[in-house]
Write a protein that binds this ligand. Structure first.
Ligand code: UD1
Length: 362
C-alpha cells in the first residue's frame, strides 16, 4: 500500500515526524514524503527535518511564497503530476495550511483516498485562511483523525459520517514528548543570559500582524510586560517584514527588553517555552504544547479551534484588547498554570494509532 504524505509549512513538520516513524512498524505500507516548499528558509524548514529526524523528502515541489491563489494553484498543479506518476492508494495531509487543502483537492479529484490528520478543529472564524482550509479538507476526506473531542462533535454536526472519524490523540504532542529530554540540552537560556523570569512570544497571524492598528495595540501591551521581565520573541518572516515596512519597527527597536530573534529550531523553542514564566502567542500548536508543559499561555486571538486547551489546560484566550491582555497577564502572574490537566489521549501514541488504523482499513 502506497501512501503519499504531504508537508509544506513549519507546523506540519512536527506533525509528520512521528507518523513517518510509525510507518516503520508496518512493512505493508510504502510511505513517500512530499514537501511542497511552502516554507523554504533553512530556519523555517530544513532545521526541523534535521532535529526531528524526518526522512529527506522524496520530492520537493519548491512552490515558495505567493498570494493564496498563486500558492494553492502552484501546489495543485505540481502535486497532480506526482499523484499521476506514483499512483498512491492514499494521500495523507496534516493540519490546516494551504498545502493541506491544495494536495487534498488533487487527491480526491484523481479518485485517491484522502487522510486528514488533525481534523475537525474549528475556530468559527472564516476570516482565518486556516479555518477555510480545515473545513474544506474535512469535507473531502475519507479518514478524519481528531485530536480532541470537539473535533468529533464538529464533524458530526457538519454531517460527516461517524465511520470516518477516529479520535486518536495529538501527533504534535507525540513529537513534544519524544523530544522533551533532548531539548533540555539546548543552551538557549545561557546564550541569552536568561536567569530569572521571562516571557516567550510568537506572532504571525495575518489578522494580528498585517494590520498596523492591531499590531500597534499588541505592542502597547507588550511594552508594559517588558518593563517587568524580558520578552523573547523569535520572529516569523511575515511579522519581521511587516515591522520593517512600518513605523512600528522603530517602536520595537526602542523596547530594549523585547528581544527579537530569527526563527529558532524546535529544540531551542521547546526549551524556551518549558522554562518561561508565561507564553504569549497567536499560534495554534503552541496552545497545545504549553498545555502539556503546564506553562501558562495567553492567546492573542479572539477564538481558538483548540478549546480543550482552555477547558482543561493552562490557556487563556484574550484577544487583542490591551486591557484584557494586561488583566490576563496579571492574573497569570498571581495564579500560574493553576491545576491544569492533560487532555485525553495526548500520551505520545497518536501516530501509532493512526498508522495502525490505516494498515487495517485501507
Ligand atoms: C503559514 C500557514 C499558517 C501557519 C504558518 C506557520 C497558510 C494559509 N498559513 O503561514 O497556518 O501557522 O505558516 O508559520 O498556509 N516566508 C519566508 N520564508 C519562508 C516562508 C515564508 O520568508 O520559509 C515569508 C514570505 O514573505 C511569505 C510569508 O512569509 O510571503 C508568509 O508565508 P506563507 O507560507 O504564505 O504563510 P505563513 O504566514 O507562513
Amino acid at each position: 500500500m502506497k501512501i503519499i504524505n504531504v508537508v509544506g509549512a513549519r507546523p506540519n513538520f512536527m506533525k509528520i515526524a512521528p507518523i513517518m516513524a510509525a510507518y516503520g512498524e508496518h512493512p505493508s505500507i510504502d510511505p513517500l514524503l512530499v514537501h511542497t516548499g511552502q516554507h523554504y528558509d533553512e530556519k523555517m524548514s530544513d532545521l526541523f527535518f534535521r532535529q526531528l529526524g524526518i526522512p529527506e523528502p522524496d520530492m520537493n515541489l519548491e512552490i515558495g511564497s505567493g498570494s493564496h491563489a498563486v500558492q494553492t494553484a502552484g501546489i495543485m498543479t505540481a502535486f497532480e503530476q506526482v499523484v499521476l506518476e506514483h499512483k498512491p492508494d492514499a494521500v495523507l495531509v496534516v493540519g490546516d495550511v494551504n498545502s493541506t487543502i491544495a494536495c487534498g483537492l488533487v487527491a480526491v479529484k484523481l479518485g485517491v483516498k484522502l487522510i486528514h490528520v488533525e481534523a475537525g478543529l474549528r475556530s468559527g472564524d472564516l476570516g482565518m485562511p486556516e479555518e477555510i482550509n480545515r473545513m474544506l479538507t474535512d469535507t473531502i476526506s475519507d479518514f478524519l483523525f481528531v485530536t480532541e473531542k470537539s473535533g468529533r462533535e464538529n464533524l458530526l454536526s457538519e454531517g460527516v459520517d461517524e465511520s470516518k472519524i477516529f479520535f486518536v490523540g495529538n501527533v504534535m504532542i507525540d513529537t513534544l514528548l519524544r523530544n522533551k529530554s533532548k531539548s533540555e540540552e539546548s543552551t538557549i537560556l545561557n546564550d541569552m543570559g536568561l536567569t530569572g523570569d521571562y516571557a516567550a512570544l510568537t506572532l504571525h497571524r495575518p489578522s494580528n500582524v498585517d494590520d498596523p492598528v492591531v499590531l500597534g495595540r499588541l505592542l502597547d501591551a507588550l511594552e508594559v510586560i517588558q518593563n517587568d521581565m524580558p520578552i523573547i520573541f523569535p520572529i516569523h518572516p511575515r511579522t519581521r517584514k511587516n515591522l520593517q515596512a512600518s513605523v512600528l519597527g522603530d517602536r520595537v527597536a526602542g523596547m530594549t527588553n523585547l528581544r527579537l530573534l530569527d526563527p529558532i529550531g524546535y529544540l531551542d523553542f521547546l526549551k524556551l517555552m518549558s522554562s518561561a514564566r508565561l507564553v504569549l502567542t497567536d499560534s495554534g500548536g503552541i496552545q497545545e504544547e504549553t498545555t502539556i508543559l503546564r506553562v501558562p499561555c495567553i492567546t492573542l486571538r479572539e477564538n481558538t479551534e483548540r478549546p480543550i486547551t482552555a477547558e482543561v489546560g493552562s490557556n487563556t484566550i484574550v484577544g487583542t484588547d490591551v486591557d484584557k491582555i494586561l488583566a490576563a497577564y496579571r492574573k497569570t502572574m498571581s495564579d500560574g498554570a493553576g491545576d491544569s490537566q492533560i487532555p485525553e489521549l495526548w500520551d505520545g501514541q497518536a501516530a501509532q494509532r493512526i498508522v495502525g488504523i490505516l494498515a487495517d482499513r485501507i
